[in-house]
Design a protein around this ligand. Sequence first.
Ligand code: HEC
Length: 205
Amino acid sequence: MTKQMVTASILFLLALLPGAQSAYTPANDAPAYTADGSLVAPAHYREWIYLTSGIDMSYTAQAGTADHSMFDNVFVNPTSYRSFLATGTWPDQTTMVLEVRGAENPLSINKRGHTQSPEIMGIEIHVKDHGAWRFYDLNGNDKAAKLIPPPAPCYTCHQAHGAVDTTFVQFYPTLLPLAKQKKTLSPEYLKELTTPAQVAPGAAK
Ligand code: HEC
């Protein structure tokens, strides 16, 4: 072993020690809580798996009255994503983050269409733990996200319309084909589909 190799090995072993500087690895992406039942803000969610971006989504047919346009970006912790790839559904200790940003236009060389604001307008979190899903709201730079206790519209809408296990997999393009393949789509979602082709495009042979 050269001196450099010895140094590299020692540094590697040090990094494995609990409390070492690089404490974050995708392996420790499980939810953590404060004493009062709030969720410790998932500081590294931007290094998690990206699922989708929606722009100006609205859940009523009426034209929106909102005076500003917004994007939402959805992320999930890597451990649960890998589990979904294998099973088509979410394991315990899944954390999903919905981050809201302003839609900007025009900016720099962009003349049409929208880009995302550096400012975050809000962060909402959906956590499955001990078999139950809970919603949390993260305010500004807070270190912990507050529980939104059930019943609340969050729970009702996600339960009634989420394609897999109260989550909106119908809008997550890398996951929907898997859920179809593994037949994990919720009865609520399947009931909403009006044509068989929407259930599994290309499946009718
Ligand atoms: C009327 C229906 C509706 C209500 C009410 C609602 N949501 Fe959602 N939620 C959605 C849809 C649709 C998506 C998918 C967003 C996308 O595709 O970008 C979503 C996605 C999410 C996600 C991403 C993970 C997932 O479960 O798919 C989180 C987190 C979330 N919502 C939190 C909340 C919180 C917190 C509330 C209550 C304050 C709430 N939602 C209320 C419809 C709803």
